[in-house]
Design a protein around this ligand. Structure first.
Ligand SMILES: Cc1cc2nc3c(=O)[nH]c(=O)nc-3n(C[C@H](O)[C@H](O)[C@H](O)COP(=O)(O)O)c2cc1C
Length: 328
């Protein structure tokens, strides 16, 4: 399947993995790239730019295919502006295939010269966003592509709350760059729909948790297979940093604090990153907010990345071939 996304990134299938704090690590990243998609290494997993450089090196030992690095430009106590700059510089020096930027546009955050620097280094800049206005900015700033992330997505969807099915056509009719659809995609039907809506491919994240190569504890993978599309909730709306995560004990507590007009200080203790890191690895599904999207309703099994990408591609091809032949 050739699309503008596969051409831009030099990949076989128009599928990329989204940034995943604590989970998008070299093993999973390389497995996705080896399977013909675009793997993702999430910079925030590393406390220093040199650690990120080492992780890029490790990924390159595991695959000779292109992969991207996610840099999330959101307020963080641990990740300072200097560290963000360090991540960016390392990615340019290493010449990674692409950068997935989220949270804020890199030209505004690190300065307009960042776009030029990425271009010179041959690093494709892809901005993940949730509105037409942000997509127009990305185009004028010189990005290479955008990811249209709807409210269904796991993590931090924009609080415009627009769904993937509306956002993809709205953004693709508004800009000339390739649009990659994210949020609610977990199989080939989603990929086919994204292409029909004007997208050039998809980003999936939650679906990649339930793969053999993801380092999340098996108990969590099995939990995702059991859970349904209505099993996520949006927390932290009151502090303007909404997060879609699994309905669990801790998400319930955060919602309670918010309902009682709790402040940022009241909420923060539940949101400490190290809690989520521990939960993903020890398999305790109640102890921390676990970012996942509504797409968990579509996860039926745990498979290898290779099997998953083959399935997504063939299911999309048959869905597209079958379109128009439905008995309406
Ligand atoms: C476990 C997990 C961690 C995530 N961490 C990040 C992150 O650090 N930065 C980011 O930009 N997006 C993050 N996201 C969002 C994803 O990259 C992607 O936009 C979203 O999950 C797509 O929706 P889906 O989960 O339905 O496929 C995360 C998602 C998940 C599931």
């Amino acid at each position: 399947m050739r699309t503008r996304m596969t051409e831009l990134l030099g990949i076989e299938h128009p599928v990329m993995c989204g940034g995943m704090m604590w989970l998008a690590l070299p093993g999973l990243c390389s497995a996705i790239s080896n399977a013909g998609g675009l793997g993702n290494l999430t910079a925030g997993n590393y406390d220093t730019a040199q650690e990120l450089r080492a992780a890029i090196g490790e990924t390159r030992r595991l695959t000779d295919k292109p992969f991207c690095v996610n840099i999330t430009l959101l307020p963080s106590v641990r990740i300072t502006r200097e560290l963000h700059q360090g991540y960016f510089d390392v990615c340019c020096e290493e010449g990674v295939a692409a950068l997935e930027i989220s949270g804020a546009p890199i030209d505004r955050y690190l300065g307009e010269e960042a776009v030029e620097k990425a271009k010179k280094a041959g690093v494709k800049l892809i901005h993940k966003l949730g509105s037409v206005r942000h997509a127009l900015h990305a185009e004028s700033a010189g990005y290479d592509a955008v990811i249209a992330a709807g409210i269904e997505e796991g993590g931090h969807p924009l609080d415009d709350d627009v769904t993937t099915t509306v956002l993809t056509p709205r953004i693709s009719e508004s800009i000339g760059m390739p649009v990659i659809t994210a949020g609610g995609i977990a199989d080939g039907r989603g990929l086919a729909a994204a292409l029909v809506l004007g997208g050039s491919g998809v980003m999936m994240a939650s679906r990649f948790i339930a793969t053999d190569e993801c380092e999340a504890n098996d108990l969590i993978k099995q939990e995702l297979v059991k859970r349904q599309e209505f099993d996520t909730t949006l927390i932290c709306r009151s502090i303007k940093l909404q997060m879609r995560c699994l309905k669990n004990e801790i998400a319930g507590k955060v919602l309670q604090v918010e309902a009682g007009n709790g402040t940022l200080e009241d909420i923060l203790p539940f949101m400490i990153g190290s809690r989520s890191k521990e939960a993903w690895s020890n398999g305790d599904v109640e102890m921390a907010p676990l970012a996942v999207g509504q797409s968990i309703g579509l996860i039926k099994d745990v498979v290898s990345c290779d099997e998953l990408l083959k399935r997504v591609a063939s299911q999309a091809e048959s869905a597209l071939a079958g379109a128009g032949k439905f008995d309406l």
